[in-house]
Ligand binder design. Structure first.
Ligand code: PLP
Length: 428
């Protein structure tokens, strides 16, 4: 049923029938830790995964479950697991696939926080990441070895707004018998549906465009349900007997929902990166207007990027929606509804001018966030990338003269006027 509905219908209705107990039309915030069992037999069946139901809110909660159904429907997945942040979602996505000595092959064009998580933190688990340019198929093929358990990329990448050729990368993942995981945070399912392009898993920072107003920290992992976890012995967490559940085999028992059940019954149970019901409620409300907000974000980003590009005080603009971008052809082919609303530009005058610009902006807020209804700006070299050498900053797309914009849904002319006055002050 849900699959046949339009995007905007699913954004409002998926996972959210009237509350069966009260008739409440909006999804209630089930602010409860636990759920009364009917009797001891019911409790035992729930704990054995013989019956699906609510036990304890670290694992499942009805408000969070409504959001899981909604994001699964919008991404065209079999199931979803919501969690406490986008970074939690990345760990939750990798957890069933990885083990000590295993690696992932990740794009060089990723959110800075993800580069840090993959370069340093996952090593504590004995996992590692190899970073390659995914536009280079030979480099990608060469990087995959017998311990590789996934390929990881962003659909539209932070901070440059570059776009990934997901079908091409998915083909190579298929040939290697490993899943492609796509971080779809910047595109949202409105601009890009990675599962339709061959991805096996999708992760989100729901913190950003999905909630859309800078109120929530949340994440999600969406499973396509189509990857064959039993085709090789590479994914024993999903294909082999699970000792913590009396030898149950997740893939054999749950089929297309194996990854989702594992993510809840093992991932959330033992890692505890649970989303709270109030956060889920805000995100559900945010998603209701996703299909109205995203076209405005894209429209405004295009107008602002075009205006900046022709301004003599600006050195360059990275937006993939511009004809001058090396990613413009890929963007037009694979992201026909637009290349998102996050990009960077370089100001003439270097570090000093960039810092002055950020201080002079009035409508754009100087914050470490993106995907808000409000327009946001950050100067990475003096903030998020401060600890790096200038060479490392340049490699990360965060050179001293580079400013990142997350274009909001205000009136475009006002955003341009704000940039105009701030550029004047910065380059005076
Ligand atoms: C913000 C972000 C993340 C991390 O999400 P949090 O909710 O902040 O943990 C991951 N990927 C991308 C592309 C992001 O922009």
């Amino acid at each position: 049923m849900a699959d046949k509905q339009g995007f905007d219908t699913m954004a409002i209705h998926a996972g959210a029938a009237a509350d069966p107990a009260t008739g409440a039309r909006q999804v209630p915030i089930y602010q409860t830790t636990a759920y009364a069992f009917r009797d001891a037999e019911h409790a035992a069946r729930l704990f054995n995964l013989q019956e699906v139901g609510y036990i304890y809110s670290r694992l499942t909660n009805p408000t969070v479950a409504a959001l899981q159904s909604r994001v699964a429907a919008l991404e065209g997945g079999a199931g979803a697991i919501c969690c406490s942040s986008g970074h939690a979602a990345q760990i939750l996505a990798l957890f069933p696939l990885m083990g000590p000595g295993r690696n992932i092959v990740a794009s060089t064009r990723l959110y800075g926080g993800t580069v840090t998580q993959f370069s340093h933190t996952i090593k504590r688990f004995g996992w590692s990441a190899k970073f390659v340019d995914l536009d280079d198929p030979e480099a990608l093929k060469a990087a995959i070895d017998e311990d590789t358990r996934a390929i990881f990329c962003e659909s539209i990448s932070n901070p440059g707004g570059y776009v990934t050729d997901i079908p091409a990368v998915a083909k190579l993942a298929d040939a290697a018998g490993i899943p492609l995981i796509v971080d779809n945070t910047l595109a949202t399912p409105y601009l890009c549906r990675p599962i339709e392009m061959g991805a096996s898993l999708v992760v989100h920072s729901l913190t950003k465009f999905m909630t859309g107003n800078g109120t929530v920290t949340g994440g999600a992992v969406i499973d396509s349900g189509t990857f064959d976890w039993s085709a090789s012995d590479k994914f024993p967490s999903l294909s082999a007997p699970e000792p913590a559940y009396h030898g149950l085999k997740f893939h054999e028992t749950f089929g297309a929902l194996a990854f989702t059940f594992h993510g809840i019954a093992i991932g959330l149970r033992d890692l505890g990166m649970t989303m709270n019901p109030q956060g889920a409620h805000y995100t559900l409300m945010g998603i209701e207007t996703l299909g109205l907000r995203m076209p405005r974000h894209v429209d405004n980003a295009q107008k602002v990027a075009e205006w900046l590009e022709q301004d003599p005080r600006v050195e360059s603009v990275t937006y993939a929606g511009l004809a001058s971008s090396p990613w413009n052809a890929t963007a037009r082919r694979l992201y026909p509804k637009g290349a998102g609303s996050l990009f960077t530009f370089s100001i003439k005058g270097g570090y000093e001018a960039a810092v002055k610009l950020v201080d002079a902006l009035e409508l754009f807020s100087h914050v470490a966030n993106l995907g808000d209804a409000r327009s946001l700006v950050i100067h990475s070299a003096s903030t998020t990338h401060r600890q790096l050498t200038e060479e490392q900053q340049r490699a990360a797309g965060a050179a001293p003269e580079v400013v990142r914009l997350s274009v909001g849904i205000e009136t475009a002319e006002d955003l341009i006027a704000d940039l105009d006055q701030a550029l004047a002050k910065a380059t005076a």
